[in-house]
Design a binder for this molecule. Sequence first.
Ligand code: NAD
Length: 356
Amino acid sequence: MRILVTGGAGFIGSAVIRELLTQTSCVVANVDKLTYAGNLESLASVSDSPCYHFYQVDICDATALDTVFAEFNPTAVMHLAAESHVDRSIDGPADFIQTNIVGTYTLLEAARGYWSALDESAQAAFRFHHISTDEVYGDLEGADALFNETTSYSPSSPYSASKASADHLARAWHRTYGLPILVTNCSNNYGPYHFPEKLIPHVILNALSGKPLPVYGDGSQVRDWLYVEDHARALIEVLNRGVVGETYNIGGHNEQQNIEVVKTICELLEELTPGKPEGVDAYGDLITFVADRPGHDRRYAIDASKIQRELGWVPAETFESGLRKTVQWYLDHPGWWQRILSGAYRLDRVGRAKLQ
Ligand code: NAD
């Protein structure tokens, strides 16, 4: 397979590309604009592979996308490029509307133009896999049923509303034009190479430098957590064996309150770090409750039984094992995150437009 991955320099996209290039014989084109969230250093272990190609392209640029499709000749698209941080979407929604909605539309049109010109068997084999979030379903109160693939959409933030719009576009392109679409909606991911603005790496890195560990509201918000490499494997499974037109929810069966996540990270750091920053007696003392995020969803919980039943996918990591691996990874890879915190990762980006 020749897979065009959008957003491959991001957290999940880079995990997908590492998995594709180390565990399969696929050829991969990474199409990424390299926003602040894109980091080619997350692909350092695989970017010398002859099966890896990089195009620095904005998915809103129709002409550039047409060139990539014509040059790379993909047999599938895995669409992960997005603006993904809820807090940023509240401060400035414009980029979210542009990339998540207009960008998805532009990519769908580029894919449709390319796909329409393929011969019949190549058209039948082609897949467009749209990767989305469980946040499109809104939030759950108390003992409400879990989100399943038929739960109505009720997004709360500009981020989730833009992703919901993109999901509708992807499904419409299947229904109206016959483009062979697959959609997945996944719960919160965590793991190696996670950008430091997100909860888990933010807490790990703040704790290591003795800074406050901010927790929104009372910290009782519940999220379902999935280890990123489990998500990458699920996505590849859906791409290979999912039924065209279907949606698959992906989740870890790991519901945790945010405050419990933060406390567990503190406990792991107590165990795994030899010393603490000056003036810190216990990492837990750094926990600081801050004003809640506007419109903050209380609880997400996903029913991932369809992908298990139909495709046999189950996560390999529990939250305990995955979080331990994650904390250890940040301890073992200070170079990766220090270059993000200092901004160096943006200054000397390498490997531009490695075209065929
Ligand atoms: P991320 O923010 O880490 O990475 C996004 C990538 O997209 C970056 O490399 C960025 O440079 C690129 N990008 C942004 N705008 C672009 C544009 N206009 N053109 C080309 N590239 C562009 O995001 P992530 O956490 O890896 O999420 C990937 C996808 O998975 C997103 O669609 C997100 O909605 C979805 N998702 C994320 C989670 C999660 O917990 N992180 C959970 C479920 C679904």
